[in-house]
Design a protein around this ligand. Structure first.
Ligand code: B12
Ligand code: SF4
Length: 557
């Protein structure tokens, strides 16, 4: 009997960890197949049809529920004998309702699958009775029945999900060193998954080694609070450092107020780019934090982010959620400005999603939260934010993502905020209003076009002088090597080319400024660009990942 486990990922780069665990624990005739939500449904259906499996198990999340239901429906029509079983967080709550509306689903396995899936396979093979499969919802005639709940898995029994060799180049692999979260945030599903359990660390280390041999692009830990146990977190990071990896990144979700001074200082000497931290803020409004049952100490968070930022070794992302109870525009302005002032590389502004099984979804009516019926159950309006405000904030969020998060416009943003006397929230709101008025939100833009849009925005706000152009020019040159767009060309700034550039790079003072001693000029010439201005030179040095610009007085050169 053939079992196919199906993961439909949010993008090609992502991978599905759950089906790899289940394959490792399942019978040998269990295979995994992965697709993405961007593929044509007909292609996914066609590929699964060819498998000619007797059981199709779909790993179901908020991002793929629609695709899973449609493909399963097609398969069930042409292969009525094949069993369709769903598992995953999106089907583990409000399950009966889903099954009533979707007759193509034969079975749903609730919660963790490591114990129930092998038992379910035995049921399919006639080795077990259906009621002996834990965590199962099944049909008996017109009635939906539930079997007994299995206790939470002892993570000692967790298999290595990556034992089977695979090529993971250009893909992100997920790893688990703990399951569960010590906190109980009302919007989050991890709050209902029981206490924190840990995986034996030597096994995690083996998994890391294996994944690296599969040429994976990045490893992200799905642990909800990677620093829930600091000793374990240190041991993990020490191990990672001992691998002496170059150009590789590990991503962790951390909780700032649990970080000791020892842990903060740890990031001082870690290799640049090796670790990336995601720190949830969600809101800084005390009433909101209370309503969502979130423990947060903003003072501590500020200390953590600022100190780590100062070390320059570790990228930090902070998250905010729009549409939470008691958070209107005024409160959000404060949450955003507080978060912006931390100086983290990325601010991810998300819209509240009322997840099935979450405390906030159960309370949505009490709070008057209006959200979409279909996944991802996004907020449409609240008593504190009108439907139009929510919609306009989508453009605000897009502005933060486009113009802040990639860090391509840092100098221009700082200049514009100062020159226009706007705080970060007011600035991105004003940019959003301009962007919408010009109809830019309806068109897809290449990154290079965004410099022109920002420049035009500045001019539209009455900034006509040279300063605006100088800032956009700097941002553009720092991140783009090719020819300058016409609007940024300036007679006062001449690019040095050919012989002039060659002679310039031969100068001792220039080589010193670039930290070089007798470099090969023919190679260096491809890695730098130099502009001669009225009184000084600007040297753009592209040798490092983060391009630098060096200013040099005329008489020094
Ligand atoms: C990796 C991840 C992502 C990746 C996507 C990965 C991919 N494959 O495409 C990215 C970063 C893109 C992502 C994005 C989002 N995510 Co996300 N994400 C996760 C994360 C961190 C890990 C999932 C995981 O692998 N866990 C480890 C595995 C082992 O656990 P598991 O998934 O629960 O699987 C177990 C069971 O569910 C079950 N099971 C799973 N599949 C199957 C299949 C069968 C047949 C069976 C029997 C059992 C079974 O058995 C497994 C083992 O016990 C989880 C949080 C977490 N730590 O789990 C959130 C989580 C899945 N994400 C969540 C959310 C809300 C989102 C976003 C909407 C967030 C947002 N931006 O607002 C977006 C949506 C993306 C989109 N395009 O629309 C929610 C999902 C709730 C839901 N109902 O699906 C979670 C649970 C986090 C939370 N807040 O509570 N996410
Ligand atoms: S939001 Fe983070 S801290 Fe809160 S319950 Fe979820 S995983 Fe835990």
């Amino acid at each position: 009997m053939k079992f196919v486990l199906v993961g439909i990922n949010s993008k090609y780069i992502h991978t599905n960890l759950a089906i790899r665990y289940l394959r490792a624990l399942g019978r040998k005739e269990t295979v995994i197949r992965e697709y993405t939500i961007n593929q044509k449904l007909d292609d996914i259906y066609g590929s699964l049809l060819e498998e000619e499996a007797q059981v199709y198990g779909f790993s179901t999340y908020i991002w793929n529920l629609d695709q899973v239901l449609q493909v399963a429906s097609d398969l069930k029509k042409v292969r009525p004998q094949a069993k369709i079983v769903l598992g995953g967080p999106e089907v583990s709550f409000e399950t009966e309702d889903l099954m009533e509306k979707n007759p193509q689903i034969d079975h749903v396995l609730l919660g963790e699958g490591e114990v129930s899936f092998p038992a379910y396979q035995e049921y399919c093979l006639g080795i077990r009775e259906i009621h002996q499969v834990p965590n199962l919802v099944y049909r008996e005639g017109q009635t939906l029945m539930r079997t007994q709940e299995a206790p939470l898995l002892d993570l000692e029994d967790l298999p290595d999900p990556y034992l089977e060799e695979e090529d993971l180049s250009n893909r992100i692999a997920y790893l688990e060193s703990s399951r569960g979260c010590p906190f109980r945030c009302a919007f989050c599903l991890s709050s209902v998954l029981g206490p924190v359990r840990f995986v034996d660390q030597d096994r995690v280390f083996d998994q890391i080694r294996r994944l690296l041999s599969y040429r994976v692009k990045q490893i992200k830990f799905v642990d909800r609070t990677f620093n829930a146990d600091e000793d374990k977190a240190f041991a993990l990071m020490d191990f990672i450092q001992s691998l002496k990896l170059e150009n590789f990144n590990f991503h962790f979700e951390a909780t700032a107020h649990l970080m000791s001074q020892k842990m903060i200082s740890y990031f001082k000497d870690t290799p640049k780019g090796l670790f990336q931290l995601e720190l949830g803020i969600q809101s800084t409004n005390p009433e909101t934090l209370k309503a969502i049952r979130r423990t947060m100490d903003f003072e501590k968070l500020t200390e953590v982010v600022e100190k780590i930022q100062g070390f320059g070794t570790t990228h930090q992302h902070v998250d905010l959620i729009l549409g939470l109870p008691y958070e209107g525009l005024e409160e959000f302005e404060k949450s955003f400005n507080d978060s912006y002032s931390l100086g983290a590389e990325k601010i991810q502004v998300g819209f509240l999603k009322l997840l099935k099984g979450s405390h906030l979804r159960n309370k949505a009516q009490d709070y008057g939260l209006i959200y979409r019926d279909r996944p991802p159950y996004e907020i449409l309006a609240t008593p504190w934010l009108s439907a139009q405000e929510v919609q306009d904030l989508k453009i605000f969020e897009d502005m933060v993502d486009k113009f802040h998060n990639e860090q391509y416009f840092e100098k221009t943003n700082a200049y514009l905020m100062k020159a226009l006397n706007l705080n970060p929230y007011q600035y991105f709101q004003s940019l959003a209003a301009y962007y919408k008025a010009q109809g830019h939100h309806l068109v897809h833009h290449q990154r290079k076009d965004l410099y022109g849009i920002l420049y035009a925005y500045g001019e539209n706000q009455g900034l006509k002088g040279k300063d605006l152009k100088a800032q956009v020019f700097l941002d553009y040159r720092l991140h783009n090597k090719g020819p300058l767009p016409a609007y940024l060309r300036d007679k006062a700034w001449t690019p040095l080319v050919k012989g002039d550039l060659h002679d310039f790079l031969h100068r001792e003072e220039v080589q010193e400024a670039l930290g070089l001693n007798r470099p090969k000029i023919k190679d260096l010439i491809k890695e730098v660009q130099v502009y001669r201005g009225p009184s000084h030179y600007l040297i753009f040095d592209y040798r490092k990942q983060d391009t630098e610009v060096i200013e040099m007085e005329e008489d020094h050169a």
